[in-house]
Design a protein around this ligand. Structure first.
Ligand SMILES: *Cc1c(COP(=O)(O)O)cnc(C)c1O
Length: 438
């Protein structure tokens, strides 16, 4: 019997490899009759959970009412009388203790205007970790900057300051830590490095709203930080993004770039810009979700603890979180035991078929063809000796980690019962794969 592969339903862009998973050789689990483990749903067994529960954003009734009032008012955009975007920006900046926030249409737009507003020299090099969301890199190229890929550390699987230091050249202008899955990068060392070398620091906090590094909120260590508010991020408004900074000139530039390059006066076109504005409805949702961010973080932390405890004896490895720091648990990332590493994609498929949310890692940036092959025209504009090294051995540790990593869904909107199902599904799948793989 051929296994039926579930549709890929994640809110994430389809990770590399998904949709063309090979059937894993040796894992045709159709004859398992052990009563305690059952048959995998992907092979026709009954799933741990009858239907998948969507981890959708939690929208307060009051938020819906306020959104309706905005619709009734007709003021859907900030530039025609709306006040909601400005209120959301003020509340967001205040939550992070920063002076300015600039709301935009997506996390990618937030990164793009941040890179441009930082006024980094054209074609200068920017250090970005190999485990990142693709936008951290594509927005660099779109801003005329050259990404240099940095490896991750073996314990927390976040940007490695030692490899960062090795890759600084006389063309380096900035460091972009990306706090993947909610795990904070080692910001003390990265900020020190930036200071010592006169580099700009822009954090990508798309998955890390509220994560602490050594007691300090991520997003407050450098010149600026960019957040995504899309889909199922901690603050989810459908699509949206926001930039925070203490630097007034940076904030003014970012705001102008997001609004056609306009300043404050009529037709004050200061420079070439984009149309990246946030709508009033998005801002209403964002404001309400910001007010429950602390609750959201507490819930995710508790559920992640339960999850790790329930999986403790399976040989999975979880990222080490430094003392005084907190993981924001956008997902609970974990490494499969080495003995199952080759079956990662098949295991993710099997867990999803049990109706529990699980994704593979985002790919190593250099496993994305258009990046590795340096296809954007930017690279052709560089003298040969300035082309970055995107060879197989750039950031090798990340390659090993990311190929074994699974990302277990954490919310929003999930509760203890949901985590119970998650534990059961992963236990079932790993146990069966273990029996078949050995
Ligand atoms: C989601 C995400 C982005 C991109 O945000 P969009 O709102 O989808 O454009 C960028 N960086 C990280 C870390 C993300 O998780």
């Amino acid at each position: 019997m051929l296994p039926v592969r579930p549709e890929f339903q994640s809110d994430e862009p389809r990770p590399e490899g998904i949709g063309r998973f090979r059937r894993t050789r040796g894992i045709t689990v159709t004859t398992n009759t052990r009563p305690d483990s059952g048959m995998l749903a992907i092979n026709g067994g009954s799933p741990v959970r009858a239907t998948k529960k969507a981890a959708d954003p939690v929208i307060a009734e009051a938020a819906k009412e306020e959104a309706l009032r905005v619709l009734d008012s007709g003021q859907l955009a900030r530039f025609y009388g709306g006040t909601k975007v400005a209120e959301f920006e003020a509340a967001y900046a205040a939550w992070f203790g920063r002076r300015h926030a600039v709301a935009v249409s997506s996390g990618t737009a937030a990164l793009h205007v941040s890179y441009l507003a930082a006024r980094l020299p054209e074609h200068s090099e920017v250090l970005v970790p190999a485990n990142a969301y693709v936008s951290a890199l594509s927005a660099l190229i779109q801003a005329g900057l050259v990404p240099v890929i940095v490896d991750i550390d073996p314990a927390g699987w976040a940007m490695d300051p030692a490899d960062c230091a090795r890759k600084i050249s006389d063309r380096t202008s900035a460091i972009v830590p990306v706090h993947m899955y909610g795990q904070p990068c080692p910001m003390t060392e990265l900020a020190t490095l930036a200071r010592q070398h006169g580099l700009t620091l822009v954090e990508d906090c798309g998955q890390a709203h509220g994560a602490l590094w050594d007691g300090t909120k991520t997003g407050t260590f450098g010149l600026a930080a960019a957040f995504s508010l899309c889909c199922r991020k901690h603050i989810a408004v459908g699509e949206g993004g926001i930039v925070i900074t203490d630097d007034e000139r940076f904030a003014d530039t970012a705001r102008a770039l997001a609004h056609k390059g306009k300043g404050t006066g009529w037709f004050d076109y200061r420079e070439m810009g984009f149309s990246y504005n946030m709508t009033e409805i998005q801002a209403v949702l964002g404001r309400w979700q910001l007010s429950r961010l602390e609750t959201e973080l507490r819930t995710r932390t508790k559920l992640a603890e339960l999850l790790r405890a329930g999986l403790a004896d399976l040989g999975l490895q979880f990222p080490e979180v430094a003392p005084g720091s907190t993981h924001a648990y956008f997902k609970q990332n974990a490494l499969l035991p080495a003995r199952l590493a080759a079956h990662r994609n098949a295991i993710v498929d099997a867990v999803r078929a049990e109706n529990v949310g699980c994704d593979p890692s985002h790919p190593h940036l250099l496993d994305i063809d258009w990046i590795r092959e340096q296809r954007p025209s930017l690279y052709r504009a560089l003298p040969a000796e300035h082309r970055p090294d995107y060879g197989r051995n750039t950031a090798p540790l990340a390659r090993g980690v990311l190929s074994r990593q699974i990302c277990i869904e954490m919310g929003p909107g999930l509760d203890e019962e949901d985590i119970d199902y998650t534990i059961k599904a992963i236990r079932k799948v790993v146990t069966i794969f273990d029996q078949e793989a050995t």
